[in-house]
Design a protein around this ligand. Structure first.
Ligand SMILES: [Zn+2]
Length: 404
């Protein structure tokens, strides 16, 4: 592509909301980069030590010490599996596993079966699943002989909720889907009398996003709905503090992040899933969820947030890729920002080019600009740390909420 066709970053109403293709994203000039990973000084709450190593690197090392892999990790997994199996005696399932069709959740489901557990797979469909993701879900559940419970969001409401978060001018437009997933997992566990939810978020393969980028809670979502939602919601169910208290203290539902105890960074898991289950890669980073193209374009151009950086930094720390390779990758436009994908997403969301231009130009906001439970959570920082270490709350929740 020559310079004449390179984008100016503006929105051209005739061509569609997405500007023309850009080849390169230059690295930030005059900004400090971590000397070990690829995070830079624009990441919220980042701090560097005397050697120029960032706090995300130190948290990663601490979590690595806290959660061993290899033989020690396997021993711990077997002990946990025994505990989870005991809680499921006399019931049809031992645990609930969220399934998206992507590599992490598919491998997590395989792993729970390998540990002798009887999982119920739960899938939340927000209307954006790719065909490959759907076929992966069918294949893996059939081959592993696992029951699947799919919760389908009402499309009109799901679309309106996403548009409400874009109108709210916050960086993460998928946050009401995160609520949908939480309600799907906890709600199903509560109904089935299941005490354990198995998570597959991986600090080694995905890193941990800064809180300011994708914070979500019930009060925050309620305030966005009140201010920005233009249709009445008949089906959407929020996850409020009272729901968590009910799920955690009355139903005594616990979470276990299984990925913390095995090495999942690197291509081996993809190859294993292809070989054993005929699993298909969705063709690139986050291609299983088609709205992510719009998410990436929107947050990179409006907030300067490139979601890949957290994941690439984690892979550098794990030695899966080199720091130079990660920096090289960051200088390429994410393939999911293909103009066709972004324009398709805008069309499906019912957002015109003119409206999108206005939304892009609106002042950037963060969850701290709206009411949320965060001040309350800060007051309970130390009890929360204890509950995270006890697996009552997700184990690296403390680091996510109070350090990153
Ligand atoms: Zn670092």
């Amino acid at each position: 592509m020559d310079a004449a066709t390179a984008s100016t970053g503006s929105v051209d109403a005739k061509r569609g909301p997405h500007p023309r293709r850009v080849d390169r994203v230059p690295l930030k000039q005059g900004v400090q980069y971590c000397t070990r990973c690829v995070l830079d000084a624009t990441v919220p709450r980042i701090r560097f030590d005397a050697e120029g190593v960032c706090n995300h690197c130190h948290v990663h090392d601490r979590l690595n010490r806290l959660f061993p892999t290899g033989e020690e990790g396997e021993r711990f997994l077997r002990r946990m599996a025994e505990k989870i199996r005991r809680s499921g005696r006399g019931k049809p399932y031992d645990c609930v596993v969220g399934l998206s069709g992507g590599r992490d959740t598919c491998y997590c489901l395989y792993k729970t079966k390998q540990l002798g557990l009887r999982p119920l797979a739960v899938h939340f469909d927000n209307g954006w699943d790719s065909e490959i993701a759907k076929s992966n879900i069918r294949r893996i559940c059939t081959k592993l002989d696992v029951d699947l419970h799919t919760i389908i969001a009402d499309w009109e409401e799901s679309r309106e909720l996403t548009n409400s978060t874009i109108r709210a001018s916050v960086p993460y437009i998928d946050l009401t889907d995160d609520i949908g997933i939480i309600v799907a997992l906890y709600g199903t566990a509560a109904r089935e009398g299941v005490r354990w939810i198995i998570h597959s978020h991986s600090f080694r393969a995905e890193g941990i996003n800064p809180l300011l980028w994708n914070y979500v809670d019930g009060r925050f979502v309620r305030s966005l709905i009140r201010r920005f939602c233009r249709i009445p919601l008949k089906h959407f169910r929020n996850a409020d503090l009272s729901d968590f208290l009910y799920w955690v203290f009355v139903k005594r539902i616990r979470t276990f992040t299984i990925t913390n105890y095995y090495q999942d960074a690197g291509p081996e898991i993809d190859e294993f899933l292809k070989r054993e289950f005929g699993w298909e890669s969705t063709g690139g980073w986050h291609f299983d969820n088609e709205i992510f193209g719009l998410q990436c374009y929107y947050s990179r151009h409006k907030f300067g947030i490139d979601w890949r950086v957290i994941e690439l930094a984690a892979l550098v720390r794990e030695g899966v890729i080199s720091r130079d390779e990660a920096l090289e990758e960051l200088q390429r436009v994410p393939p999911i920002e293909d103009p066709e994908i972004v324009n398709y997403a805008l069309k499906k969301q019912g957002i015109s080019a003119e409206e999108f231009a206005e939304l892009m130009a609106a002042e950037p906001k963060y969850f701290t600009d709206y009411p949320s439970y965060y001040p309350l959570l800060k007051a309970f920082k130390y009890p929360i740390k204890l509950l995270c270490r006890m697996n009552v709350l997700p184990p690296h929740g403390y680091e996510k909420y109070f350090e990153l």
